[in-house]
Design a protein around this ligand. Structure first.
Ligand code: ADP
Ligand code: MG
Length: 249
């Protein structure tokens, strides 16, 4: 069953078309990586899924229900979201940030969930729990953002370049933590990344976006063949992107 379903999504900002007829299905338990150049509509697509952006045409369904008809606050609290810039509340401690969604949902064990989530992203809650975001490195802040997104155990997780600010070693560890989490919780995820190697490593499917369209979509394992096909059809950008990442010959 598709847990996330987008059909003919169009979003315009004045003369600019951020989404130009995107259709995408994400099956329960799958992880789709969105890759593509800056401005291709990746963030807009994520925001259409959790109702932060209203579509001009087409529709998005989550768990079989149209996003446009759902209570936006309840929908957002039910979906884990790592914003591109982290989006932490600066005057709240890391624990306050990590426990935000469980608290909003009225969970009695909100603080414990926040601590566990920090721990799961590699931040010792006894050391980092009481610190403020400004007292952390970029990579540590990004981990808090990930902790906040998973603390309430959402079945759907949207992550916008979550590992972008991390150094190579931390990045690898964060990817490992994410893989373990996906395996254990069976969470359904959409992950934006500009790193195709990362996409191939942790996603089950890859969707390449360009100028508001999905120009290539394939299971991670089939990507090289698809990419070659795409190149033969003259889609230079997808081919170039895949070649640069060492995916396609
Ligand atoms: P990506 O995440 O792939 O870099 P975005 O989804 O952020 O791309 O943006 C897609 C296009 O829509 C860009 O041209 C961007 O400038 C435009 N856009 C996105 N959000 C807004 C907004 N709130 N107002 C105006 N234009 C926007
Ligand atoms: Mg973006």
């Amino acid at each position: 069953m598709a847990l996330i379903e987008i059909e003919g999504a169009v979003k315009r900002y004045g003369p600019a078309t951020a989404l130009d007829g995107v259709s995408l299905q994400v099956d329960a338990g799958a992880c789709v990586a969105l890759v593509g150049e800056s401005g291709s509509g990746k963030t807009t697509l994520l925001r259409a899924i959790n109702g932060l952006t209203a579509l001009d045409e087409g529709h998005a369904h989550v768990r079989g229900e149209p996003v446009a008809s759902l209570d936006p606050v309840a929908l957002r609290r039910s979906i884990g979201y790592v914003q591109q810039d982290g989006g932490l509340i600066p005057h709240w401690t890391c624990l306050g940030n990590a426990a935000l969604v469980p608290s909003l949902l009225g969970m009695a064990d909100a603080a414990e969930r926040g601590r566990n989530a920090l721990d799961a992203t590699g931040l010792d809650p006894t050391i980092f729990g009481g610190r403020y975001p400004r007292e952390l490195s970029g990579g540590q802040r990004q981990r808090v953002a990930i902790a906040r997104a998973v603390a309430a155990d959402p079945d759907v997780l949207l992550m916008d370049e979550p590992f972008g600010a991390l150094d190579a070693v931390t990045r690898f560890e964060a990817q490992e933590a994410f893989l373990a989490l996906r395996g254990a919780a069976g969470v359904t995820a959409v992950l934006v990344t500009h790193d195709l190697a990362e996409a191939l490593r942790i996603a089950t499917r890859i969707a390449v976006m360009r100028a508001g369209k999905v120009v290539l979509e394939a299971a991670s394992g089939d990507l090289s063949a698809e990419a070659r096909e795409e190149a033969a059809r003259g889609n230079g950008y997808a081919a170039e992107l895949l070649k640069k990442s060492g995916v396609a010959a």
